[in-house]
Design a protein around this ligand. Sequence first.
Ligand code: AR6
Length: 332
Amino acid sequence: MPLNIIRNDITKMKCDAIVNAANSSLLGGGGVDGAIHRAAGKGLFLECMKLHGCKTGQAKITGGYDLPCKYIIHTVGPVWRGGSHGEKELLQSCYRNSLALAKEYNCESVAFPLISSGIYGYPKQQAFDVAVDVIKDFLTENDMDITLVIFDKASFELGKDYSDNIREYINQNYVDEHTDTSPRFSFARKSAVCSIPQNIACEDSVAFSDDLKAVIENQIDESFSEMLLRKIDEKGMTDVQCYKKANIDRKLFSKIRSDRLYKPKKETAIAFAIALELSLEETKDMLMKAGFALSHSNKFDIIIEFFINKNIYDIYEINEALFSFDQKLLGA
Ligand code: AR6
C-alpha cells in the first residue's frame, strides 16, 4: 500500500529505511531516538559521531546495524513554540528531505514516526496532517511503500470535526442492525442448492474444468475489472490518476487490468470506488462485481457509507478515520 498507517514500535519495522526523530547532535536522546539507538547498537552511535550533527528540517542517513532495516534516516524536527516560528515549514522539510534521501538510496519501503509530536511538543493531529500532506504529494510523483507508525494510540485522537459524527453514525446504524428482535432458537437451516449446468461432461476432471471455465466465461456479466476500466474511461481519468488516488500500487493495478476475472479484496474494491467518486449505489454495484456488499453489520462498512454520503472522497482522510476506529485501511 503506498501509504499505510499502523500502530507499532518502529524498531520492529522490516523495511528498507526507518526514519528517526533525532536532535541536532545526532548522538541519541529519548523517545523514538533512544529506542532506535538502543535497538541498533553501538555501531550506529559510532557512525553518527562522524556525521557532525544535522540542522533542523534536514536529514542524514546511516546503516541500520542491528535493526531489521537497511538504513536509518535521521531528521531533526522543530520544537513546537506555538506554531508561529516556522514549525510547519520545518516539519514539512523533515519529511521531504527524508523522502528525498530514501529515493536517492533506492528505498522501496520507508517507515516514519510522527516527527516532533513527542518531546518536541508539536500537536499530534497537526503533526499527522503535515506528514500525510507531504507524503501524499511525494506519492503523486513517486512509487514507494510508506508507513506512518503511530506508537501510542491513546494519544492519537481524531481531531477532525466530524469524528463525533462518525461515532454517532456508527451508533445509530450499528446498534439498530445488532438489536436482535427475532425469537430465540429460530434457526432455519437452508438446504444448499447446487445447480451444475446439464451439459457439463464429468467423465474426467480436465474436461470438467475446461467446460466449467467456458461456462463461467460465457455467463459472467461485466466483471469487476471491466467495470473498473469502464468507469475510469467514463470519468475521464488516466489509470495512474485512478490507482494513485485509490492508494493502490502500480503492480496490483496491472494485475487487475490484465486479469478480467481478478478478485480484489474488499478494501481494494472500495478504494477504487472512492477514487472514482462513485455514489453509494454505484459503489454497491461495483462491490457486487467483486462478490461483496456494504452492510450495517460492521463498523468498516458504516464508516465508508458515512464518507460517501458526505461526498468526501479523500482516501487519506477516510483511512485516518478507519485507523482511529481500529479498522482495516483502504488500498492494497
Ligand atoms: N516507535 C514509533 N514511534 C515512537 C516510538 C517507537 N519506538 N517511541 C516514541 N514514538 P519523540 P520528537 C513516537 O519524542 O518529538 C529525543 O530525545 C512518540 O509517541 O521520540 O521529534 C530526540 O533526541 C511520538 O509520537 O520525538 C530529540 O531530542 C513520536 O514518536 C527529541 O526527542 C516522536 O516523539 C525529538 O522529539
